[in-house]
Design a protein around this ligand. Structure first.
Ligand SMILES: [Zn+2]
Length: 282
């Protein structure tokens, strides 16, 4: 429990990701120490052959480490084996084939590149206005959701990581039409919307997506939220979890989503007193 709530982190990396800075065992030890009930590893899996780290992720080695961690920590911690796929439209077939052959507990689809260029870098921004920089990003995210390949939409509005320094403060209201169109599709597809707290430790001062966007999603009828810290190091695990929980609750939502074998398992977000008095405990 963290602040009395069932505590889950569903965006966690280890050395199985090219940029991870801890072992799976180290992340699990930290998870138990800070009171997480459940940890969802979301290792990077990329498909772009021009990316030097494209072959870093090793599915068999990953699953072996997960099994080992479950033997050691499984009585105190639910350990889920997920993946964060870097989505680019031209790899859709490859991603689908890969996911058919490699079972995971959950699959996050994330957009880091648009048109082959990393978001909001000078190279990306050169040919665009601020408006186009964001709208092209939202279009790519829309494509990722429309593909139907993913359980969770990863870090929506991640464009702000570099976008805010490049283009100034982000204004949800400016892109409201694009967001409404995207979120309507997210809801129709049943895709889970991730609240990623990395923006709070990257000094962007907002989660991905912004709390206003979560509220917009809920006002449109969306109910499926997951929470992740994007921890690449144990110090970042469950970062600002209580803040993410308050965003969920402020939007009038009462559950967060977890997964096993890609089956969605909603967990009530209730204060511990109500949670222990719930029907499952009686
Ligand atoms: Zn990511």
């Amino acid at each position: 429990m963290i602040d009395g709530f069932y505590a889950v982190d569903y965006q966690v990396h280890s050395y199985c990701s090219h940029d991870g800075r801890a072992s799976i065992a180290e992340q699990c030890a930290r998870a138990v120490a800070i009171g997480l009930e459940e940890i969802g590893f979301s290792e990077h899996k990329d498909f772009d052959p021009s990316d030097p780290v494209v072959n870093h992720f090793d599915y068999e080695a990953y699953m072996q480490e997960i099994e080992k961690a479950r033997r050691e920590w499984g009585d105190r911690l639910k350990i889920r084996a997920g993946v964060e796929i870097d989505y680019q439209i031209w790899f859709e077939d490859q991603i689908g084939t890969y996911l058919d052959a490699h079972p995971f507990d959950f699959v996050i689809g994330s957009v880091h590149y648009v048109g082959g260029t990393m978001l909001m870098t000078p190279e990306y921004n050169r040919a665009r206005t601020a408006e186009a920089a964001y709208r092209d990003y939202f279009k790519a995210v829309r494509d990722s959701v429309a593909s139907g390949l993913f359980d969770i939409l990863g870090h929506l509005e991640y464009a702000n990581r570099r976008g805010v320094s490049a283009w100034g403060p982000y204004q949800t209201v400016r892109y409201r039409d694009a967001l409404e169109d995207l979120l309507a599709l997210v809801i129709a597809q049943g895709t889970v919307l991730e609240i990623n707290t990395a923006g709070l430790h990257q000094n962007i001062g907002m989660t991905y997506p912004h709390a206003d966007t979560v509220a917009l999603y809920a006002s449109m009828g969306g109910t499926r939220i997951s929470i992740g810290s994007d921890a690449h190091h144990p110090d970042q695990l469950a970062h600002a979890y209580a803040q993410a929980v308050s965003i969920v609750r402020a939007s009038g939502l009462s559950h967060i989503c977890t997964f096993e074998h890609r089956q969605l398992l909603p967990v009530p977000l209730l204060p511990v007193t109500a949670f222990t008095a719930g029907p499952e405990e009686s």
